[in-house]
Design a protein around this ligand. Structure first.
Ligand code: ADP
Length: 575
């Protein structure tokens, strides 16, 4: 950065630093590693760097003070991040040209240019190594690393080399070393914080890609930004005082940009506001010009730095949240898809297995009838075992099919639970008679669930109450109670009961607590119940103690709601 001799012997510092930027036509959304600077790009980068430097210097010479934002630092860091370390000669040249054509000797200009180049090079290497390289502004934690390593750390190097070069070359007094250093460092840091994200983000993805509505919203945001900027930074301070301290008004438009757009638009908004702030402050307007201009510029630098970090972090946070949300949604959709596929597979497999199995059973039974006693005793046994096995397989397949269909019990029709229970009891007629079971009931309401599924639910639960009876004759009571938007239904029995450890487990597929010889079954009855209830938006559980009977509870919606669960999967319709 060059130094401009100020009036009354005061040294005014052009807080400069070498930087590079490029206006090279970058391919859209390319990754850093893919970016290359062609000769035209190099020329554009040098020119851009010099122009940014000259603008900074012009502001300082007009007001005999330091440039509050040294944009070339941001340009240089962005260039190193986007194009890698090979860009150093371009930055060195730009920095040297801007300094030699402004003030100082060739030696001081070279010293400053080396400092500026090293600043960008080191920032590029550190950010590449520790903060995600050109993707540094995608994640909040990387933004913080950028602030610490590049914007605060590497700029100190440039300030130190630059001010030392000036002092050694006689262009600055050693006594002013720290004063100049502070302004230099802050100017470079602010340049890095404002300009690096702007260049990196827009070069990586140059097209806004807005819809018509977004473009209109962007225009509205622009109007608000300019309005806020001029409201805060246009007013000259009243005599003896200062303009109203309305700096905090800068935040809402930035939050708007972060939430409604993305990091690129947010940093662009922050840069626009910064431009207005610098312009106003240099005209001695706005809330900062209090006391010496140098002090107000330092205050402005701190304001710009804090505002910029806040904007970039917020935008990265929102963007990260959006990415996580999208990833989650994609994962959810993928899970649903694969689940549907699996369901479909289970349904088709069990459905298609039914027919050949039925044939196997029929012919086995035919053999059993025709040839019983005509072959030897072993053959009779084998045939009986084969019929048994085939029938068990049939029961399993039927249950698997029922399980697949149970997922379709959306709560979109109302069913009289009393009638569903009647039907279930009719289906269980033989078992009820044989076991001399007594079934009682309370007042049973209409509930929002498919009728066939409710019959199946009652049939499974009452069937189990009969099957797992104790020594006494089965006594089964079915009841209902209102619980808010749902009905709580209960099926209570006086059977063998279940120890607490198994009360959750029995709702899992194929989970059985007894041998087949003792109690026949597939272990699919309760999983089917659970599926029916959950697909309708309810819950099922049980309470029991060994020898004390069991109570099964399940809830079902009292009304069909518009948000009634759609079929839980894409399984073929119930046959
Ligand atoms: P299955 O009856 O075919 O074995 P279920 O899924 O219906 O399959 O039941 C799982 C297990 O839960 C049964 O094996 C049994 O041990 C236990 N169980 C279910 N209902 C009752 C009940 N009412 N009383 C005692 N145990 C039960």
């Amino acid at each position: 950065m060059p130094v401009v001799p100020g009036t009354a012997g005061r040294l005014t510092v052009k807080v400069s630093s070498a930087s590079a930027s490029q206006t090279v036509p970058a391919p859209p959304a390319v990754e850093a590693a893919a970016l290359r600077l062609n000769p035209l790009g190099i020329v554009v980068l040098v020119l851009l760097y010099c122009a940014a430097g000259k603008i900074g210097l012009a502001m300082a010479s007009v007001h005999a003070s330091a440039s509050p934002v040294w944009a070339p630092t941001g340009i240089a860091m962005a260039a190193f991040l986007l194009y890698g370390r090979a860009v150093w000669p371009t930055i060195l040249l730009g920095a040297f040209l801007v300094n030699i054509t402004t003030a100082g000797t060739a030696a001081t200009s070279l010293g400053i240019a080396i400092g500026n180049t090293l600043e960008g090079l080191l920032a590029g290497l550190l950010v590449q190594r520790y903060a995600g390289g050109a993707r540094v502004f995608d994640r909040p934690q990387d933004v913080f690393k950028f602030v610490a390593l590049a914007a605060a750390g590497c700029t100190a190097l440039s300030a130190t080399i630059g001010v030392t070069s000036l002092a050694l070359g006689g262009a600055a007094a050693w006594a002013d070393f720290w004063t100049i250093w502070r302004t230099w460092w802050l100017g470079d840091a602010t340049g890095a914080l404002l300009v690096t994200p702007l260049v990196v983000l827009w070069v990586r993805k140059p097209r806004p890609g807005w819809s018509g509505r977004q473009a209109a919203e962007a225009a509205a945001l622009l109007v608000v930004l300019v309005a806020v900027g001029s409201l805060v930074f246009r007013h000259a301070p009243v005599a003896g005082g200062s303009a109203p301290p309305l700096m905090f008004l800068a935040l809402p438009p930035l939050i708007w940009a972060a939430f409604r757009f993305g990091p690129r638009e947010t940093v662009a908004a922050a840069c626009l506001l910064s431009g207005i702030a610098v312009w106003g402050t240099l005209r001695q307007a706005g809330p900062f010009p209090e006391g010496a201009l140098n002090e107000s510029l330092l205050l402005l630098q701190v304001f710009l730095a804090v505002k910029s970090v806040t904007a970039v972090v917020l935008a990265a946070l929102v963007a990260e949240h959006r990415r996580a949300h999208a990833a989650l949604a994609a994962r959810g959709a993928e899970l649903t898809r694969s689940n549907t596929e699996l369901e479909q597979f289970a349904y088709s497999a069990s459905h298609d297995l039914r027919e050949p199995l039925r044939m196997v059973i029929s012919f086995l039974q035919l053999i059993e009838q025709r040839y019983r006693g005509r072959l030897d005793a072993d053959a009779d046994d084998f045939i009986r075992l084969a019929v048994d096995g085939a029938k068990r397989m049939q029961a399993l397949i039927e249950d698997l099919l029922a399980y697949s269909r149970a997922g379709r019990s959306a709560a979109d029709t109302m069913t009289e639970s009393a009638r569903a229970l009647d039907e279930a009891l009719a289906n269980l007629g033989t078992a009820l008679r044989e076991s001399r079971a007594r079934v009682t009931r309370g007042v049973l309401p209409p509930v929002a669930v498919d009728g066939t599924r409710l019959v199946q639910l009652f049939q499974n639960l009452v069937g189990n109450a009969i099957k797992y009876r104790g020594d006494a004759e089965p006594e089964i009571h079915v009841d209902a109670a209102r619980r808010g938007e749902q009905w709580l239904l209960t099926v209570r029995d006086n059977g063998i009961g279940i120890a607490p450890d198994y009360q959750e487990k029995i709702f899992g597929m194929f989970q059985r607590l007894h041998s087949r010889e003792r109690y026949p079954g597939t272990g699919m009855g309760l999983p089917i119940c659970r599926r029916i209830v959950e697909a309708a938006g309810g819950r099922i559980w049980m309470e029991s103690a060994p020898g004390k009977g069991a109570i099964f509870f399940f809830t079902l919606p009292a009304q069909v709601t518009r948000a009634a669960a759609p079929p839980a999967d894409g399984v073929a319709p119930a046959a």
